[in-house]
Ligand binder design. Structure first.
Ligand SMILES: C[S@@+](CC[C@H](N)C(=O)[O-])C[C@H]1O[C@@H](n2cnc3c(N)ncnc32)[C@H](O)[C@@H]1O
Length: 202
């Protein structure tokens, strides 16, 4: 069986953004939630499984100064860096599997759209929840496929979440401020129902 890194390196070296389901021209909901947190422009934000998403571009344009993008795929990060050109130097890039990732600092905002949901082993989910409890000082934004969303993403199995389920994962250390579903229209005009969750550290 292909391992996770191999899978994602292949995706990002063979498919264009308009050929993968998760692409968004502008990640409006994520940006809106980040702004709602009220964090200052100098506070640290990390995008987990950011891939070649345009979240970092938009945060930079909005004036955020301490942005980190983590992804398992070096190809995805290279693409985002090429797109950003000289501005890519203003972003910190981490090529790592989220499983076993040991952050060396704290983050005011931790954002994850469609990466956490690939963790299907309960032990990995617990480890992720422990990691954010330890390294997130402010807000946690987790977007997964909802209870009515697709059962796979990029051909891989995922875990879907309703509100009580996501609260069970993170609720010990975070207060759930908002949980809502949203239809994402893929580049090929299909619909994927996501659930966005905004938590604040207790
Ligand atoms: C469905 S895409 C979402 C990309 C981006 N967050 C967005 O919203 O456009 C999933 C991303 O998570 C990354 N990813 C998947 N499993 C990962 C893992 N175990 N550790 C780190 N990144 C991972 C993939 O390389 C890919 O960039």
């Amino acid at each position: 069986m292909q391992d996770t890194k191999e899978h994602w390196e292949k995706v990002f070296s063979t498919k264009l953004p308009e050929e993968v389901s998760w692409t968004q021209a502008v990640p409006l909901t994520s940006l809106s939630l980040i702004k709602q947190t009220g964090v200052s422009l100098s506070q640290p934000i990390i995008d987990i499984g950011g891939g070649d998403s345009r979240l970092a571009d938009n945060l930079l344009a909005d004036g955020f100064k301490d942005i980190t993008v983590l992804d398992i795929s070096g190809e995805a990060l290279k693409r985002a860096q090429a797109r950003l050109g000289a501005n890519s130097q203003s972003v910190k890039w981490i090529e790592s599997d989220i499983k076993g990732f040991k952050p060396n600092r704290e983050y005011a905002v931790w954002h994850d759209r469609a990466a956490f949901h690939f963790l299907t082993d309960p032990e990995d989910v617990v480890q992720y929840a422990n990691m954010v409890a330890k390294h997130v000082t402010g807000f946690l934004i987790i977007a997964t496929f909802s209870e009515t969303g697709p059962e796979k993403c990029s051909g891989l199995p995922i875990s879907r979440y309703n509100e009580p389920e996501i609260n069970t994962v993170f609720g010990a250390h975070f207060r759930l401020l908002q949980s809502f579903t949203e239809n994402h229209i893929t580049p090929f005009n299909t619909i994927q129902n996501f659930r966005f969750n905004l938590f604040s550290k207790k």
